[in-house]
Design a binder for this molecule. Sequence first.
Ligand SMILES: [Mg+2]
Length: 264
Amino acid sequence: MKSPESPVGTVVFDLDGVVYIGSTPIPGAAEAMARLVRSGWQLIFATNNSTTTPNNVAQRLQEQSYLTIDERSVVTSGASAGHYLSTVGVESAFIVGSQQLRESIAAYGIFVAGHDHPDAVVVGLDRGLDYQTIDDASRAIRNGARFVATNTDATFPTSEGEAPGAGAIVAAIAYATGQDFVSCGKPARPMIDLISQQVRSERVIVVGDRLETDIALAHAAGWGSVLTLTGVTSSASDIGEEFAPDVVIASMHELPKVLELWDR
Ligand SMILES: [Mg+2]
């Protein structure tokens, strides 16, 4: 229920391609965020990047925007995986991924275990991946461990172009085991559940640059959607019917105006 202090609405921002690209802030993003806060909007940040933690993201956003960003308003796919594991009664997990993913999983009280009989195997982006790790993860899954993915993104953007994403590693282990997995990233249900825990308004609008994750998330959750053309989708002509956004903007500069005029 809405209380008198409820925000006018909640904006769920994707990060890479929306607020920044790699290490470079997107012009107008910080100003748009500040203006939305002044107008009474709640800001939430949701990323499929499993190589960072909510705390690290919050600090970075504060440095860029000069706003106070609570780490609870940041949802990463690693946090989503940790939250999911805690809700299904998993106590130990073997992690294929970054140190930040281990921390994100441990933050939910999950014991970060070796590959001998863990309750679950969590697979995220692992830039140091080797054959032995794929073998260890596959054996644990064949021995009955739950198979959980941080996300299924095939690639992610870098300054040198697209690089293989967590989804490419998940696919290798899925192929080796023949097992199905639960994804905890956008647009899957565990991510929607964790974001929903933070939402304090009835109106929710997702702002993202990727159709099959950000806009798909909005569709799956029944939220509004805005596609910005500063990231992986560079032209409105790339938009198919399947993940059509409600509104397309050239960049974050246009967002406050669009939200002011949003049908309420
Ligand atoms: Mg993005």
